[in-house]
Design a protein around this ligand. Sequence first.
Ligand code: NAD
Length: 499
Amino acid sequence: MSEAEVPVLNQVQQFLTRKHGLYIDGCQVASESEQRLTVYDPASGQAISSCADASTEDVDKAVMSAWRAFVDRRWAGKLPAERERILLRFADLVEQHTEELAQLETLEQGKSIGISRAFEVGCTLNWMRYTAGLTTKISGRTLDVSIPLPPGARYQAWTRKEPVGVVAGIVPWNFPLMIGMWKVMPALAAGCTIVIKPSETTPLTMLRVAELASEAGVPDGVFNVVTGSGAVCGAALSSHPQVAKVSFTGSTQTGKQIARSAADRLTRVTLELGGKNPAIVLKDADPAWVIEGLMAGSFLNQGQVCAASSRIYIEAPLFDNLVGDFEQAVKSLSVGPGMSTQAQINPVVSRAHCDKIGHFLEDARAQLAELISGNSGPNHDGYYVPPTLVINPQASLRLTHEEVFGPVVNLVRVADGEEALRLANDTEYGLTASVWTKDISQALEFGDRLAAGTVWVNSHTLIDANLPFGGMKQSGTGRDFGPDWLDGWCETKAVCVRY
Ligand code: NAD
């Protein structure tokens, strides 16, 4: 361990050595299956823990626990203010365990300990408290109706929001705790119960926060966790007949599979999927803002961010200078383990993902693309990919169009803003986009014409609990966050009363 590496807390070491089961009905239970899935430290490639590889029977047990908890109203039947108090207590407990959760996240996912503290836990707390507050603001509307029969009858009508039922939350590996809580918290705020499945690569933090939820007073069966593969555990969960809604974040390919299986029973779905997000830099942009904003927008969490700026279109007059600035910035990034407080780029999540990014780069090299790379990682078995710029990639390269989900960014010279807009929108994705300019009219015009669920001006990848987020086109369906967030977790019931 180098001097800059954070020592692992005792409680983290103990948690890693536990034989983790599933979290059902308020406690750890052993899986029906003997199969285990190994959890690796991306910085070393060493096994650090394992989790249960849940069977279809395990998933059924968890869903039925959530279903019983829903139908006996042990959660939805509480006063909204009581649910809010419990959820705020839950947030306080997560805050008290910040360092433990941040270390677990860095050890299983690879990201910087600073990012784990600030984002995985720090930002998660903002979302937790925001959502807890929504619990006491659920409301319908009163509606005047024009029902003419029988003659002389009078009516009053209104709508009520009711929790949708048992929710299946399916989570990817890039922000395991934060994205997990983006499913748990709105479900609980709305009065639903949930079974959540973290990624098999990063299962640990969700198992730990489920214990904290129980400690905070969330009743047994309301918050359950199953761990396991996508093919068995994920598929069984998303197609279970007692699941009323699936909230999925992950790849577009898996999202489509889930939508297909949900169609059989018209299960509600929210899909937060992939992106290949453009940033358009116009010739009057402030270069210092561009470098600061798009270096973070592209390389945060090693580019393993659905909203990341992975295609940067730069108007010709600025192009050469900005490529020089990006090159300098990329080459100055230090690369090392997430537990180091000094490393700015850390390993990617897994050997398989490291190899996948490697194949994109091999394809680019084979086609003689111009690549500018920063530092390589330490010389051991970690999953390091050097931060890389691809200059004017040809249309034939896979990384020109496909989501790399790694520290690889395309810098493309464009003649003018019109060419940039055409290329920016030439994609099956539509998650995020940004435009960089000092001209407010240009900014608004481009904002209107970019086909993306979120458009930033002079920033990228900045999200907020009060700002709706989600994709257009094949980046998904539905929106998370914002004042109307719970609408996606409720049914609207119309009530009509004759008097
Ligand atoms: P993935 O689709 O491979 O897996 C996501 C989750 O789905 C995992 O828990 C996995 O076990 C499960 N799963 C896999 N197959 C399944 C099946 N047949 N049925 C049910 N569940 C199944 O995605 P990933 O590799 O973990 O994550 C990276 C992807 O997630 C990227 O495409 C990224 O853009 C996307 N993502 C999107 C957002 C967003 O908000 N739009 C946020 C983060 C990540």
